[in-house]
Design a protein around this ligand. Structure first.
Ligand SMILES: [Zn+2]
Length: 291
């Protein structure tokens, strides 16, 4: 468990998995031998496995604790969820709830769940299987979802000619929360409370959000999947595959990097490897991570 202090807030990483998952050539076809030479000293072993030539990705949630409130950001893949085309995350059985409890939160203590976007690896723990039915895991929480993403996946899910949206994730992890009356569908930009601004950063998904947090003198930015890997800070035009709009994803990434560099926000990405959170600096050529 990694614990970060941002002003008076505590932000804790709750791990689900942290593995070498995809060949780097499949994810970033732009990656060359010259890049390996330039970046090899920091890539391995936390962000890249040399033997398999695979990138390492973390799947985790962030638990924000401030002023006695417990807010969970992104909900990983979840247990017992069939994802046959994603073998690393298929039918997981991880002690994620125990890790959440060790970080200081039982499910009934979570005040709010915020999802950066509605992809399968950010929604899993929204619901749990109880008596054969998917029900909200956090009975007292309001769940914040992107309305743009909700509309997009609802439409996708309604077409009987195509498989269920996001491998069934929409039906298993979003619809039961809405039916239980616990969801708030938000269109950004939106000031959620005194600490949190919800800002649109679409492209990876149409309604992808980042959460900008201000705790007095210190700022945090929860960036979800605006970027997946630290290499993309050096090369902001490198897209991770699977985007609703590749150009918009690049524009959003640069805009978020500019914002993080200008404000000095501590950056909390969705999948970056150890040390999992850090800063983005501006250079003459572009940007550089300081993780
Ligand atoms: Zn993701």
């Amino acid at each position: 468990m990694q614990v970060f202090k941002v002003g008076k807030a505590t932000i804790t990483r709750i791990e689900e998995t942290y593995l070498p998952v995809y060949p780097i050539a499949d994810i970033f076809p732009e990656f060359s031998e010259a890049d390996l030479k330039e970046h090899g000293h920091w890539l391995a072993p936390d962000h890249y496995e040399i033997a398999s030539k695979k990138i390492k990705l973390s799947v985790h949630s962030w638990l924000l604790q401030v002023d006695g409130k417990k807010i969970l950001i992104d909900c990983c893949c979840g247990n017992h969820k069939p994802r046959p085309t994603r073998p690393h995350w298929n039918m997981l059985n991880e002690p994620w709830l125990d890790r959440l409890a060790a970080a200081g939160a039982r499910p009934d203590e979570i005040d709010m769940v915020m999802c950066t976007h509605l992809h399968h690896d950010h929604l899993g723990w929204n619901t749990q299987l109880r008596d054969g039915k998917w029900v909200p895991t956090f009975p007292n929480a309001r769940y914040v979802f992107s309305k743009v993403d909700f509309d997009y996946f609802q439409k996708d899910d309604a077409d009987p000619a195509t498989p269920p949206a996001e491998f069934g994730t929409f039906r298993e992890c979003v619809v039961p929360v809405v039916e239980a009356g616990r969801a708030d569908l938000v269109t950004g930009p939106h000031k959620l409370n005194e600490f949190i601004d919800i800002l649109p950063a679409g492209g990876h998904s149409p309604g992808h959000f980042v959460f900008k947090m201000n705790f007095g003198s210190s700022t945090a930015m929860i960036t979800g999947d605006v970027f997946h890997h630290l290499l993309q800070i050096y090369y902001p035009d490198w897209n991770f595959p699977k985007n609703s709009n590749v150009n918009e994803a690049r524009i959003s990434r640069r805009r978020v990097f500019e914002d993080c560099a200008a404000t000095g926000a501590m950056v909390f990405p969705g999948h970056v490897g150890s040390p999992f959170a850090g800063f983005i600096d501006k250079t003459d050529k572009g940007f550089r991570p300081r993780f």
